[in-house]
Design a protein around this ligand. Structure first.
Ligand SMILES: [Ca+2]
Ligand SMILES: [Ca+2]
Ligand SMILES: [Ca+2]
Ligand SMILES: [Ca+2]
Length: 352
């Protein structure tokens, strides 16, 4: 929507209104065709930029009512030296929480209260945080996801947090009551994770019609970490991505059963679910920070996932001369170790 229409935009390619513009030709320019050409080109380039139509217009907080700011204290020992993701910010989710057809906004603050804004139309929003009961004022929050977790037709809110040093954040599930208020039902749903959560993704991984959850996590990053420190081992408390299956309204951790990588050195930045191979089952792509690889998990349509890279690396090992098989190249060691572990356990990623 264009808000300021007192000066309609100049049609593309037309001359802007105003008095005639003096010639850019300088004294002596006639004998310098190169300088003249350069001056003309610069003038034309400048005019072209000025006439470019704007696709978006920045609306100030006074206009929209969205006054949220993620403020971080300066005088604290919990800083970027103590926690490397200190300046990664919070998160924002967009969803229609009152089913009026207008997308609403929820912002997470790292240390202050979160904010829920109802969309009143015409780019105006109302802060309804207190009435809705979704402030979650304690530090530290990292992200938020909106989804109809219980499938009742009303969008719910799931906030991710960090419990580290003096920060005692934890994940919170706000179930939408359908009357403008929300209720914290985190424990009842089995989603009371406390640790290094980054963001949650709700999707139906097993195709039974209800939403399951992939929880993206990170961890304190050791300054001298190297690729050899990446080990896809067991999940220590509070660290390591997790997959939760929705069993009739209660979420159960099925990470190991599903064949997902564990390990403490996990630095998740983003996760998306999409049916990449067109077999009808949603697959996962996980983007990781630092020395950790990104992961592609192909959904086997039986409740388990397989990392194709895992398979490729181990097939590559089988082609090595017999006398070298015991000495695994460092470049493939983490994937090989994970594959061997899963093969011994006969789990999801068992090799063919
Ligand atoms: Ca709405
Ligand atoms: Ca709901
Ligand atoms: Ca499901
Ligand atoms: Ca698929």
């Amino acid at each position: 929507m264009k808000l300021l229409d007192s000066h309609p935009p100049t049609p593309l390619g037309a001359s802007p209104p105003g008095p005639p513009v003096a010639s850019p030709i300088l004294p002596g320019a006639a004998c310098c065709p190169v300088a003249l050409t350069l001056a003309a080109a610069l003038a034309l380039a400048g005019c072209g930029r000025a006439r470019e139509p704007q696709l978006f217009e920045r609306l100030p907080p006074e206009r929209t009512g969205v006054t949220f700011v993620n403020r971080l204290p300066d005088d604290t020992t919990f800083d970027i030296l103590a926690y490397l993701y200190y300046y990664d910010g919070g998160g924002v989710a967009v969803g229609d929480v009152n089913n009026d057809g207008l997308p609403d906004l929820y912002f997470t603050s790292n240390v202050g209260p979160n904010r829920l804004y109802l969309n009143k139309g015409n780019y105006r929003f109302e802060d309804v945080t207190e009435r809705a009961g979704v402030a979650d004022s304690g530090p530290w929050k990292t992200g938020v996801t909106m989804a109809d977790v219980n499938g009742d037709g009303f969008v719910d809110i799931y906030v991710s947090g960090v419990d580290y040093l003096g920060m005692h954040g934890h994940n919170v599930l706000y179930i939408n009551n359908g009357d403008g208020t929300f209720t914290d039902r985190t424990k009842e749903y089995g989603l009371d994770f406390a640790g290094f959560a980054t963001q949650a993704l709700f999707f139906d991984y097993d195709g039974d019609g209800d939403l399951d959850m992939y929880l993206l996590t990170h961890s304190p990053h050791p300054e001298r970490a190297s690729p050899s420190h990446v080990v896809h081992g067991p999940r220590p408390p509070g660290v390591g991505d997790r997959l939760y299956r929705n069993d009739g309204g209660h979420f159960v951790d099925v990470s190991e059963r599903a064949g997902l990588y564990g390990g403490a050195a996990r630095y998740g930045l983003g996760v998306v679910a999409s049916d990449l191979n067109g077999d009808g089952c949603p697959d996962l792509y996980v983007a990781n920070d630092f020395q950790e690889d990104d992961f592609l998990y192909i959904n086997n349509c039986d409740g388990t996932f397989t990392d194709p890279q895992d398979l490729r690396q181990c097939r590559k090992l089988r082609r090595l001369p017999r006398e070298t098989r015991g000495r695994v190249p460092s470049a493939v060691r983490p994937q090989h170790a994970a594959a061997q572990r899963r093969r011994r356990g006969g789990g999801a990623g068992a090799l063919q």
